[in-house]
Design a protein around this ligand. Sequence first.
Ligand code: CO
Length: 224
Amino acid sequence: MERIARLIENNRCWSERKTIEDPNFFVDLATQQNPDFLWIGCSDSRVEASRIVGMSPGEIFVHRNVANLVGHTDINCLSVIQFAVEVLQIEHIIVCGHYGCGGVRAALETDSHGLIDNWLRNIRETSHLFAAELNAITDTSKKIDRLCELNVARQVLNVCETTIVLDAWNRGQKLMVHGWIYGLDDGLIRDLGYTNMGENEATRFRVDFMAGKENSRVTKKERD
Ligand code: CO
C-alpha cells in the first residue's frame, strides 16, 4: 500500500513544483491542449514518450500499445489518429519503436505466448517478408533489433494507409508520418528515414516493403 500511496504523494509534489515555476501552468493547460505531435509508441515502461523528447504536458498526444502497432481494425488506435489529425490538426505523426522490444522478440520466437501472439501477428509477417536478411543475422539480439526497425517501417506504412491519413492528404492537409527508434541503452532516438508526406510516396514505400526491400532514406551507418 505504501508504494501506491507514494504515487499520490509524488503527484502533489510535482503539481506544487510546476505551480511554483509557473503559477498559470495548470490554468492555461486546463483551457486547451494544442499539441504539435502524435506519438505512437510501445507500452514499455522505459520509453516514456514526452519525457525522452523533453516535452511538457500539453505538447504531445500519445498512443501506446505493445510493440507500437497500428492495426486497421484497432478502433482505439484509429480513434486516436482521427482525433489527432482532424480535430487537433497535428502535422507530425511519429511511430517510435525501441531496440530490444519484448513484443518483437516474442514475435520471433516459435513457442506460444497465448493471446498476445494474435496481437503480434503483424510483426511475424514482417519477419517473413524480410526472412532472407533476418536469417543471415546470427546474433539473436541484433536480429531482434533489426526487426524492431522493420516493424517501425511497417507501422509507418500502416499509418499512411489509414483512411484518416489518406483523406487528410487528399484534402491537401499538411501531414508527415515519421519512423523513429529509441535505444534503451543510450537514451537516444534515431530517425530511420521512413518519413512519408503523401499518398504517392506511401505507395512506393508499400511496393518496396512488400518486395522485402527497406525504403529508408538514411543508411544504417548514418543512423548509428
Ligand atoms: Co516494446
